[in-house]
Design a protein. Sequence first.
Length: 316
Amino acid sequence: MQALRQNIVNVLAYFDIFKYPLSRDDIRNFIAGRYSRQLIDEQLLVLTEKKIIYRLGDFFALEDNMQLAARRRSGNKKAITEFTKAAAAARILFKFPFVDGLALSGSLSKNFADNNTDIDFFIITRPGRLWIARTLMHIFYKLAAVTGSQRMFCMNYYIDAAALEIPEQNIFTAMEIATLVPMQGNDCIKKFAAENEWVKKYFPLAETKSMNTVPAKKVMLRKFSEWILGGKPGNSIDNWLFRLTSRHWQKKEHQRKVNAKGISIGMLAGKHFAKPDPKNFQVKVLNQYESKVQQLAISLREINTALPEIISSEEK
């Protein structure tokens, strides 16, 4: 039971960083192990009685604060309307050349939205055409900014189908992959999930979600663009755009520029990826998580010493 108690508080510690309490089902879905609902319920009761965690109505958290539950319910409700917008945005983005897969990421993929929530997309492109696709989509994003609709088209993370496995394999990236919501190109997203089976080490019960949106038809302009840029000229253009963007990002990082939210504009560019620099937000979250887990381990050791350890049939 000690391992189960540790796993429960670890899950709550991760989401505590984002002030997001969890339901029983959430805990079971994201726990690092396979346990019955009965066992989880038993240990949730123990942990709440010992005030290691707190029950907030239908949710559990590390903080005894009912406002967290109210915030979650409000965020879940707002997410419903944001999903409709995200589906419409995905249909538009899927019309761009060489885009083979689109999935919802960020807070909305975890069923939460507030007035500041952006609609974030994880994008998979055709091999060797990532930079053509990204450049065209970035121009579109700039045009959307003129109308004030840019928050619907936040395209922060690109990979191409030649390099589907994510190299940073930790709880942060595992969580982001496990919670992706496929929006377009379902087969492509399934291949991506298959190449990242390591996520099961963190979340054994995680399953690739099914696409429940209307598939977008590939328009004639996309087909024509892919035909024109499908050969050697396309290779040269993609390589040139990669070098150009990489130099531009390096210049921004050297100048220590930040975005509208005050977050450092740190991006990494490779032939097969364009993504936020992990040393910024990702490392910050991982450090906070490790700190919380270490603090909770002290409290858990005290109750583990006081409670008899019963080995269940599930753990034998």
